[in-house]
Design a protein around this ligand. Structure first.
Ligand SMILES: CC(C)(COP(=O)(O)OP(=O)(O)OC[C@H]1O[C@@H](n2cnc3c(N)ncnc32)[C@H](O)[C@@H]1OP(=O)(O)O)[C@@H](O)C(=O)NCCC(=O)NCCS
Length: 177
């Protein structure tokens, strides 16, 4: 069932049937998880199943499957969570797991759909996220969308012999490009 319709992709609720070897591969792929908190320890199908099960039954996490509009292929996930319904804020997380879809505007489209949904359907005022300084693709994507760099934890995360800053970025509805 399509929930948010874009041009190249649509977003739908994640389902238990999405838990498969392909999805698991995304989480064990070093290139994909380089800029993520996950990936340091091996993921298993059982853990993935529990993660999806939890997300499905938790209204505090909205986890979408990103699907190719032409083929229905599940190519990644995008989520919003950590809702504060008083300050009207939440946090965004994104993973295009199928690497053949990188650099084709999918991340941009998925973020636009999710941010518009957060701002206009959920009445969220501001969306925040954390991104590591070694993830230039993600930083470029978030800047293109209109996210503003708000602060950093210096040399905070370790990756392959180096320490990188952890940046915090945020966007208000009127800043979305
Ligand atoms: C980071 C990620 C989400 C980017 O998604 P994507 O679909 O490849 O990005 P898009 O094609 O929509 O690109 C949008 C913009 O991001 C920037 N960008 C994308 N890839 C880039 C790269 N390799 N280097 C620098 N900037 C890049 C560009 O500004 C681009 O705009 P442009 O095409 O007009 O130049 C994707 O590579 C991914 O899921 N990586 C693994 C998980 C991850 O790092 N998630 C983010 C955690 S914070």
């Amino acid at each position: 069932m399509r929930f948010l319709e874009g041009e190249k992709i649509y977003l739908r609720a994640i389902a238990k049937s999405d838990v498969n070897a392909e999805y698991l591969n995304w989480l064990n792929d070093k290139e994909t998880t380089k800029g993520l908190a996950s990936g340091l320890f091996p993921s298993t199908l059982q853990e993935l199943d529990q993660f999806v099960e939890k997300a499905i039954h938790n209204r505090d996490v909205i986890l979408f499957a990103i699907c190719d509009s032409a083929t229905d292929l599940h190519i990644g996930n995008i989520k919003i969570d950590h809702f504060d319904w008083v300050s009207r804020t939440c946090e965004l997380g994104l993973l295009i797991g199928n690497k053949s879809y990188w650099g084709k505007g999918i991340g941009y489209e998925a973020c636009k759909l999710t941010l518009n949904y957060a701002f206009h359907s959920l009445n969220i005022r501001k969306v925040a996220l954390a991104v590591y300084a070694n993830n230039q693709a993600a930083i470029g994507l978030y800047k293109k969308l209109g996210f503003v760099m708000e602060g950093s934890l210096r040399r905070h995360v370790y990756d392959n012999g180096e320490f990188f800053d952890k940046h915090f970025m945020g966007i208000f509805a009127e800043e979305l490009k």
